[in-house]
Design a binder for this molecule. Structure first.
Ligand code: GLO
Ligand code: MG
Length: 347
């Protein structure tokens, strides 16, 4: 590993610029078109796009294979023209009428088949975009009530799907994005430990890893930086969705660091200290702007999350490790606690 500091690259998904609808109210801002969103990336300081399959090919289920490839090619040209890269692509397996009961773990064989076919089409798009990172957020793989499915069979169904995708494309890498709940009551792959278990059980464990979203770890009652450390040790942290979360409630996707700056500091620290980004990994964000924000300033959450990462990176790099070690050696953790607080406050 070289000693020069990591130059971090940032990504977000088009869905992070949105219309402000929530479960209790309609959109409050007019949409930006896909083309307008692509225009925003570089001005906001971002080089990578996180895609869903249908961000690239709208109405994907109605498209022939030829139409799908042709649309993907035009998006590839468009992002090339902006000097942008497709960081990841994910099949949006949670909106179809065929995934109401789950995708790979639906009780219906026909629906499980749909999920696999849709995922293969997503891999085809990935190839056109020259993107090797296939994200699986297993949104509806879980239950509303325990009695409807077998949690043990579900593991096998998920592995069968992962293995089929590894087999379909010898180069694709699968990044499992765990989340403990929402939309399901309880999800089958709630943490990175579960995801990495699946990775090792798969047919090609070197091609299965994880993506950790801060808010998802917090929703599981876990410390995001420790979850990241766990995956980093296994060389399986291939992307992150940095954001923040104020307690155990619905997935808030708040701006990075906005609820707990120290928790954010420790995430930046664990990434920096373990060489994250040196193999091309992006600092991905998955943040929602507040519903109150007027349309023409509805991208500020992206700007501020990126700035917060960079500000905290400076804090990580300027922390006096010798002082820290002295506190640790003396077992003066109260002293260290206050030292970190003063450092974060710029004292
Ligand atoms: C929702 C997830 C979602 C995924 C995205 C990529 O809670 O965080 O936003 O990250 O769909 O698969
Ligand atoms: Mg996410």
């Amino acid at each position: 590993m070289s000693n020069s500091p990591t130059e971090y690259r940032f990504s977000f998904g088009p869905w992070n610029i949105h219309e402000g609808a929530d479960p209790f109210g309609p959109p409050v801002r007019e949409s930006y078109s896909f083309d307008e969103k692509v225009d925003f990336y570089r001005d906001l300081g971002f080089l990578g796009i996180q895609f869903h399959d249908d961000d690239v090919v709208p109405d994907i289920d109605e498209k022939t294979h030829a139409q799908l490839i042709s649309r993907a090619k035009s998006v590839k040209t468009q992002i090339d023209n902006h000097g942008l890269t497709a960081e990841v692509i994910a099949p949006r397996l949670w909106e179809s009428s065929l995934t109401i009961d789950g995708a790979f773990t639906s009780n219906s064989a026909k629906e499980r088949q749909y999920a696999l076919e849709r995922s293969k089409r997503c891999v085809d798009i990935a190839n056109v975009l020259e993107c090797k990172n296939f994200v699986l957020w297993l949104a509806r793989e879980g239950t509303y009530i325990r009695e409807t499915k077998s949690s043990s069979d579900a593991v096998g169904q998920l592995l069968d799907a992962i293995n089929a995708l590894l087999d379909y494309d010898p180069e694709i890498r699968i990044l499992i994005e765990p989340k403990p709940n929402e939309p399901m009551d309880i999800a089958y792959i709630p943490t990175i430990g579960h995801a990495i278990g699946l990775a090792y059980a798969s047919a090609d464990s070197d091609r299965v890893g994880g993506l950790i979203e801060s808010a998802h770890a917090i929703l599981a009652g876990l410390e995001p930086s420790d979850e990241m450390g766990y995956a980093l040790y296994h060389n399986k942290l291939w992307s992150v969705h940095l954001n923040d979360q104020n307690g155990l409630k619905f997935d808030q996707d708040k701006a990075f660091g906005s609820a707990n700056l120290r928790r954010a500091f420790n995430q930046v620290r664990v990434l920096e200290e373990n060489g994250y980004g040196r193999n091309g990994e992006y600092i991905g964000l998955d943040v929602k702007v507040m519903r109150t924000q007027p349309r023409d300033i509805s991208t500020k959450h992206l700007l501020s999350s990126r700035r917060t990462f960079l500000n905290l990176l400076e804090k990580v790099r300027t922390l006096d490790r010798k002082v820290e070690q002295e506190f640790i050696a003396a077992r003066d953790y109260e002293g260290l606690d206050f030292y970190i607080l003063e450092h974060l406050l710029g004292k």
